[in-house]
Ligand binder design. Structure first.
Ligand SMILES: Cc1cc2nc3c(=O)[nH]c(=O)nc-3n(C[C@H](O)[C@H](O)[C@H](O)COP(=O)(O)OP(=O)(O)OC[C@H]3O[C@@H](n4cnc5c(N)ncnc54)[C@H](O)[C@@H]3O)c2cc1C
Length: 322
């Protein structure tokens, strides 16, 4: 294939999902065209290796946000800006709305799509940090059918995802956020709208028979070859400084930065630990508020006397075990 052919892929605009799947199965080197914010740049840079672009903007239903018994089903062509502003997303998955609002600038967010963002597979993406903590699943469709892949298994390596040949992202299924105790921290070393140098999302989910512990879930962005996930169990009454220390120590095992124009390895590692600290501290502060139960459910019993004993015992055990 000549360089000229690489610069001018054929554009297809199918009107149904079945047509999209057929094109992806039949064409030589097809590439899905979502919002086009990344594809356009790759085209201009002359580094796009595709014989054909398959624009999915006309496929009905891909731009839909639905409330489900589990939480949300977000179509692949929903824009990042809608994730930021949609009242249903803000109610059921406020952490996701918060993180989508921090991607790039309004111009990019108005065009870029939820599916394209995931499929892009970049290690610096912000939205996966929230989707990892929320335990979202990616819906992948091909001529052979549909399968669901947990976001925690979707990113497989540097610029690599679980997308197989002939598949496209059709939706993301996001469980309702189990607790409002969540926060996101993004640190950029160039401009404030730039890609992150380090980002971290933190979510505290009440666990245990008497809700005497928190599962601290964390998603990390830009700090390794792919978005990373980790979780810790901490007692409800733990001291914040000890929790921050435990979170940073756990994150430090996973952080493996890629040096680039935004910073070297050590700079990014230190920034990553700051992002972890900021996100966990903000989530912990929210957890201390009496409403920190569930976006749909009840409140953990940190103020109830009978539960305080359980929490204190749990806390003592935690410190003994460390
Ligand atoms: C100036 C700038 C700053 C940015 N800053 C940030 C940032 O701070 N944080 C951040 O997270 N992101 C950032 N981005 C990345 C931006 O989020 C991505 O460009 C965008 O999410 C890609 O979405 P898209 O719909 O435009 O995808 P496209 O450009 O259409 O496609 C991107 C890739 O995904 C594939 N693809 C698209 N849709 C699908 C689908 N449904 N199924 C399968 N494959 C698909 C395409 O084939 C292509 O490989 C930035 C981008 C720009 C241009």
């Amino acid at each position: 294939m000549s360089a000229l052919e690489l610069d001018t892929p054929v554009l297809h605009r199918p009107g149904t999902l079945a047509e999209v799947c057929a094109l992806l199965a039949e064409l030589d080197q097809p590439m899905v065209y979502g919002g086009g914010t990344a594809v356009q740049i790759l085209l201009k840079q002359g580094v796009l290796f595709a014989s054909d672009l398959v624009d999915i903007a006309r496929v009905p239903g891909l731009d839909r946000i639905e409330e489900t018994p589990e939480g949300l089903r977000v179509g692949a062509m929903v824009t990042l800006r809608r994730m930021e502003t949609d009242p249903v997303v803000r109610r059921l998955a406020p952490l996701a709305a918060q993180v989508y609002a921090r991607v790039a600038n309004p111009r990019v967010r108005n065009t870029a799509s939820v599916g394209g963002n995931l499929a892009h597979g970049d290690y610096r993406l912000d939205p996966p940090t929230a989707l990892l903590t929320l335990d979202a699943r990616v819906e992948l469709t091909s001529a052979g059918g549909t399968r669901l892949v947990p976001v925690r298994e979707f990113f497989t390596g540097f610029q690599e995802t679980a997308l197989a040949q002939g598949e496209l992202v059709t939706a993301v299924r996001i469980p309702a956020q189990p607790s409002p105790a969540a926060a996101f921290a993004k640190l950029s070393s160039l401009s404030v709208n730039d890609w992150p140098c380090a980002s971290a999302a933190a979510l505290l989910v009440p666990t245990g028979r008497r809700r005497e512990r928190w599962e601290l879930r964390m998603g990390l962005g830009a700090l390794a070859a792919k978005p990373e996930y980790l979780s810790l169990s901490v007692p409800v009454g733990a001291a914040v400084d000890e929790v921050l220390e435990a979170a940073q120590r756990a994150a430090d095992q996973i952080i493996d930065p890629i040096p680039d124009v935004r910073g070297g390895v050590e700079f990014k590692r230190r920034l990553g630990l700051v992002a972890v600290r900021d996100a966990v501290r903000a989530a912990w502060d929210l957890a201390a508020q009496p409403t920190a139960g569930s976006t749909r459910g009840s409140v953990p019993g940190s103020t109830r006397e009978e539960d305080s004993d359980v929490q204190r015992t749990s806390q003592r055990r935690w410190w003994r075990g460390r």
